[in-house]
Design a protein around this ligand. Structure first.
Ligand SMILES: [Fe+2]
Length: 393
């Protein structure tokens, strides 16, 4: 699309970010007239004490918080049924999604079902949620999904072994509280994986066909921030680095919410669905080689990425600079301990059904966004590369 054609841009979520942002929870609940919130989270955060710490900010405002802490690693239709039942029986009037993408998606999806009824399957696709549901406040505890600002939810239906994807502006959270203090206690490997997910969002959104100057501004700055903060965030748990990573994740969430991703997310998602490779880890594995396949169609943008990641590109041809961009990404992922290949993660090539992965990847909405046509041959090439590549470690 020409840069000066008509482009939509929207971010209806009010974002409050910075150290201590979650302490504003009581104020934000009051603004939304929520007197009895249902906090949706998972067992890990409950055990770590994060739920009590966040709920205390609501208690300070005189509010009693109801808690659902059984969200699965990937939220399920069963989770949604349980959340809706608890919400109604406890006479709640708003939701808080506290956690990674799973708990935030579960809160957003449950809100849609509480208002519109039916099952999540009824809203599969784009903009099929008729009415906004009860207000949702999202509080991320990782730094990668961007779910606090996206219109997308992904819910697994265990009966069908299928991930239902819904994208609708009526799924947006009303408020996001992006508080790096909640991320500091996350394990280093989780910060590495979710940071790589954010890097995948930023780079894929930056190079894809839906990019435009407004989204570029968010994405290239996010890439710069991730490039300088991911290593110290993982190695030293530096608070300032984690704060920068958290904001970068939200920034690119605002951007990729508008134009989706590209080959990396298209190829990685089936690997997560079939073999359980965590989303961020899978994206890290596919990121450099996926972008390398796109490289002939986006050399200038990959050269920008190289410069944003601190690579020396002056005097290089655009082809050389673009290669530097791909290699800077590969180095960053490997420096924070992420596996370079699926084999490094523990998946043997013989176990993997490449034709099935290709078939599923071709159904992704991230296929048509690529800056060059991507079909089964390119996907097969990518899967073969990330499976068979032997690292030098
Ligand atoms: Fe992602």
């Amino acid at each position: 699309m020409a840069w000066n054609a008509v482009h939509p841009f929207e971010c209806p979520t009010r974002i409050f970010y910075g150290l201590g942002a979650s302490a504003e929870l009581g104020t934000r609940l009051a603004e939304l007239n929520i007197a009895r919130p249902l906090l949706v989270t998972d067992q890990g955060l409950q055990r770590a004490g994060a739920v009590d710490r966040v709920a205390e900010h609501a208690h300070a405002g005189g509010l009693d918080v109801c808690v659902y802490d059984a969200t699965s690693e990937n939220p399920t239709t069963t989770n949604l049924d349980e959340i809706c039942e608890l919400y109604r029986s406890e006479r709640c009037d708003g939701l808080i999604g506290l956690g990674g993408g799973s708990s935030m998606d579960a809160a957003k999806a449950a809100s849609a079902l509480l208002e519109n009824g039916g099952s999540i399957w009824d809203y599969r696709g784009k903009d099929l949620v008729p009415q906004p549901g009860p207000p949702v406040i999202c509080i991320p505890t990782t730094c990668g999904t961007g779910a606090e600002v996206t219109f997308v939810v992904v819910v697994t239906d265990p009966a069908e072994h299928f991930k239902v994807v819904c994208a609708a502006r009526n799924l947006a959270a009303r408020v996001a509280l992006v508080d790096p203090e909640l991320v500091v206690s996350a394990p280093a490997h989780v910060i590495a994986a979710t940071g790589a997910d954010a890097l995948a969002h930023a780079t894929e959104s930056y190079v894809n066909l839906g990019s435009d100057p407004l989204l570029d501004a968010l994405n290239i700055r996010a890439i710069t921030m991730i490039g300088r903060s991911l290593r110290p965030a993982v190695a030293e748990k530096q608070t300032e680095a984690i704060a920068e990573l958290s904001l970068a994740s939200t920034m690119t969430g605002v951007a990729f919410n508008m134009n989706a991703n590209a080959i990396v997310h298209a190829a990685s998602t089936p690997v997560t669905a079939h073999y359980g490779v965590p989303h961020g880890v899978a994206n890290a594995i596919f990121l450099a080689d996926g972008l390398d396949i796109l490289r002939p169609a986006c050399e200038e943008k990959l050269a920008d990425i190289a410069a944003a990641l601190g690579a020396e590109v002056s005097g290089l041809t655009s082809t050389e600079a673009a290669q530097q961009g791909v290699e800077a990404i590969r180095a960053l992922c490997q420096d924070v301990g992420l596996p370079a290949t699926l084999r490094d993660w523990g998946l043997e090539p013989a176990e993997v059904d490449i034709p099935k992965l290709v078939e599923d990847a071709m159904k992704s909405r991230n296929i048509t966004t690529n800056p060059r046509p991507i079909g089964p041959p390119e996907l097969e090439q990518l899967y073969t590369t990330v499976l068979g590549q032997v690292t030098s470690t």
